[in-house]
Design a protein. Structure first.
Length: 551
C-alpha cells in the first residue's frame, strides 16, 4: 500500500512564508492509494456527480504479451493439451463421444510423462491416476478446439489437429492467450460447479419423484450460482488488492481475503463473523486450488491437519490469520493466495466483458505532456503518480520539465489540477528540472508554485509579488477542491494554513479580486468550513463579491 503522506498538517503545522504554497498542500500521491483511487477526478462546474467512483476498478500494470504468453505455455495442463493435440496427427481413433479409445489411454499418459515408459514397474493405482490426468488434458484439448472430431468415409470417429494448434505451438501471443483465457473460463466454471450440492446428498430428505428431482436440481443450481458469485467476488478483491499492493506484497492470507468479503467496512470481526470467515475460507480453498492449477493463482491450501487437531480455547478457535500470538508459519497454515500476472490478465478480461472500465497503468502516458496532464485530470479512474512515472521513464529530464510546465498553463476547468500534477512530476525529476523552473519564475500562473518548489529543493529564490502569492494560493486550494471532491477533512486542513490576519475583511478583500476561475468557489469553501465564525462570514461575503465581479 501507499505510505504515509509526505506532508501533513500534523507533521508541519506552521504556515509558510509569503509566496510559498501552504505546507499542508497535498499532492495526489500524498493520498493513500485506496483513498485516491476513484476520487481523483476534476469536477467541472455543472458536471454530474461521480457517486459511483468508489466502485471503479483500479488500474493495473501487466507485463508484456510475450511474458504472459510464456507463462501460459508453461502451465502443465496447457502443455499437455498441446502435446496430445499434436499426437493426433495425421488422425487418431476416438469413440462416438470424441474421447480417446481404451488402447490409447495408457500411451497418452506415457506421452505426457505422467506414467513410466511401457515395461517399467508402476503401481496400478498410480497408473490409473495418470490416465485420469491424461484424459483431463484430452478433454481440455477438445474444449479448446486444439483437436477436431470427425467421421471418415467408413464411419470411423477420428480426431485431427485443430486449426490453431500450429500458431499455439509457435507461441503466437494472440492465439496462446485466447486459448489460455478460454481454459481459465472453463476451470472457473467447473470450480464453482464442484462446490455445488451433490444430487446424491441428504439421503432420505425427500421421497423420489419428479417434483423432488426438480427441487434438488433447483437447489444445486442455486448453490452453483452462489459459489460462482463468491468466486468472482474473491477474484475481484484479489485483483484490487494486487493493484494497490507494493511489489512483492501481493500475497494475501486466505483469512484476510474471506474477511474482506464478509466483514463490513470499518468493523472488527465478532465471534459470529469469525465463524462466517472460517466457513468462507473452507468454501474458497478448493476453488482457488483449481484455478491455481491453470496458473491463475499461486495458492497454498489450508493445512488439512488443522481440522484434525484438538480444538483449543474459544479465543483461539477461529482461524483469524493474524492473532496476537500467531507466527507467520501459523498464518500460512490457514492458506495463502496470490493473483499472478496471468490471473490479473484473466480477471481484467472478464471485467471488461462484464462492462467494467478496467484500465491499464500507462494508457494515459502515451502522448505529449498536455495529453498526459489532461488525461489524468479528466479521468476518474486513474493513479496519477504511476501515470507520471510511466511518462517520465526514458525522457530527458530537462526537456520533460519544460514540456510539463508549458502544459500546466491555462485557466480552463482542469488547469489547477494540471499545475498540481506538474509540481508532482518536478518532484520526481528533482534537481535536473531546476533550470526549467528558473525560466518561469515570473510567469503569473506558474511562478508562485515553482518558487515554492525550488525552495523545497534547497534553492534560494526571491519571494513573489503579492498578486502572485494570492493567485497561487487560490490555485492551490482550487486543485484540492477538485482532486478531493470537496472532502471536508482535507479542505479544513488547508484552511488552517490560510494566512488570515486579525482583520479577515482586509484579507478576503484582496482575495475576492484575484482573477482566477475558481476564486468564488474557494471562498465558498472557506466560508462553509472555517471554524471561526467571523472569518467564515467574511469569506462568504467575499465569495458573493467575486461571483458578482464575474457577471
Amino acid at each position: 500500500m501507499a505510505g504515509r503522506r509526505r506532508t501533513t498538517p500534523a507533521d508541519n503545522p506552521s504556515p509558510t512564508g509569503p509566496g510559498e504554497l501552504p505546507a499542508e498542500s497535498l499532492l495526489p500521491a500524498d493520498y493513500e492509494l485506496a483513498d485516491l483511487y476513484g476520487a481523483f477526478a476534476a469536477r467541472a462546474q455543472g458536471d454530474e456527480d461521480l457517486d459511483d467512483a468508489a466502485v471503479l476498478v483500479p488500474p493495473i500494470a501487466l507485463p508484456p504479451e510475450a511474458e504472459l504468453t510464456a507463462a501460459a505455455l508453461a502451465v502443465p495442463l496447457i502443455g499437455h493439451a498441446l502435446k496430445l493435440a499434436r499426437w493426433t496427427a495425421p488422425h487418431r481413433a476416438v469413440d462416438e463421444h470424441g474421447d480417446l479409445t481404451e488402447p490409447d489411454h495408457e500411451p497418452a499418459a506415457r506421452l505426457l510423462g505422467l506414467a513410466p515408459a511401457e515395461g517399467e514397474p508402476v503401481e496400478r493405482e498410480a497408473l490409473e491416476e495418470a490416465v485420469v490426468e491424461a484424459m483431463r488434458a484430452w478433454s481440455l484439448a477438445c474444449d479448446l478446439d486444439l483437436v477436431e472430431i470427425g467421421t471418415t468415409a467408413k464411419g470411423e470417429h477420428v480426431a485431427i489437429p485443430g486449426p490453431d494448434l500450429e500458431a499455439a505451438e509457435e507461441g503466437d501471443p494472440e492465439t496462446v492467450l485466447e486459448l489460455w483465457l478460454t481454459a481459465a473460463g472453463i476451470v472457473r466454471e467447473l470450480a464453482a460447479e464442484a462446490d455445488s450440492l451433490d444430487l446424491d446428498g441428504d439421503e432420505g430428505a425427500e421421497e423420489p419423484g419428479e417434483e423432488a428431482d426438480e427441487a434438488r436440481l433447483a437447489e444445486v443450481e442455486e448453490s452453483r450460482q452462489e459459489a460462482a458469485e463468491l468466486l468472482d467476488e474473491a477474484l475481484q478483491v484479489l485483483y484490487e488488492t494486487t493493484a494497490f499492493a507494493d511489489p512483492g506484497q501481493e500475497t494475501v492470507p486466505l483469512g484476510v481475503l474471506a474477511a474482506l468479503l464478509v466483514v463490513p467496512e470499518g468493523e472488527e470481526p465478532d465471534e459470529e463473523l469469525l465463524g462466517d470467515i472460517t466457513d468462507l475460507m473452507v468454501m474458497l480453498d478448493p476453488m482457488l486450488g483449481d484455478l491455481a492449477e491453470l496458473g491463475l493463482l499461486e495458492h497454498r491450501p489450508i493445512d488439512p491437519e488443522l481440522f484434525e487437531e484438538e480444538e483449543g480455547p474459544a479465543e483461539a478457535a477461529g482461524p483469524w490469520p493474524e492473532p496476537v500470538s500467531a507466527t507467520e508459519e501459523d498464518a500460512e497454515r490457514f492458506g495463502m493466495v496470490r493473483l499472478t500476472p496471468l490471473g490479473q490478465y484473466a480477471v481484467r478480461q472478464w471485467l471488461l466483458e462484464d462492462g467494467y472500465d478496467a484500465p491499464l497503468i500507462g494508457e494515459l502516458a502515451q502522448g505529449d505532456a498536455e495529453t498526459l496532464l489532461r488525461g489524468i485530470s479528466e479521468t476518474a479512474n486513474v493513479m496519477p503518480d504511476r501515470e507520471l512515472l510511466v511518462w517520465l521513464d526514458g525522457r530527458e529530464p530537462l526537456a520533460a520539465a519544460r514540456e510539463l510546465l508549458a502544459a500546466a498553463r491555462g485557466t480552463d476547468t482542469y488547469s489547477p489540477v494540471r499545475r498540481l500534477l506538474c509540481m508532482q512530476a518536478l518532484d520526481e525529476l528533482g534537481a535536473a528540472a531546476r533550470p526549467a523552473a528558473d525560466e518561469v519564475l515570473d510567469d503569473e500562473q506558474l511562478g508562485g508554485a515553482v518558487r515554492a518548489w525550488l525552495r523545497s529543493q534547497g534553492v534560494e529564490v526571491a519571494a513573489p509579488e503579492r498578486p502572485m502569492v494570492l493567485w497561487t494560493m487560490v490555485d492551490t486550494f482550487a486543485a484540492q477542491l477538485l482532486t478531493s471532491e470537496g472532502a471536508a477533512e482535507v479542505l479544513q486542513e488547508l484552511i488552517k494554513g490560510l494566512p488570515v490576519t486579525d482583520n479577515p475583511a482586509s484579507f478576503f478583500g484582496e482575495v475576492w479580486r484575484v482573477d482566477h476561475p475558481y476564486t468564488a468557489e474557494v471562498l465558498d469553501a472557506v466560508g462553509e468550513l472555517h471554524l471561526e465564525r467571523n472569518v467564515a462570514k467574511e469569506a462568504r461575503k467575499a465569495a458573493f463579491k467575486a461571483r458578482s465581479q464575474k457577471k
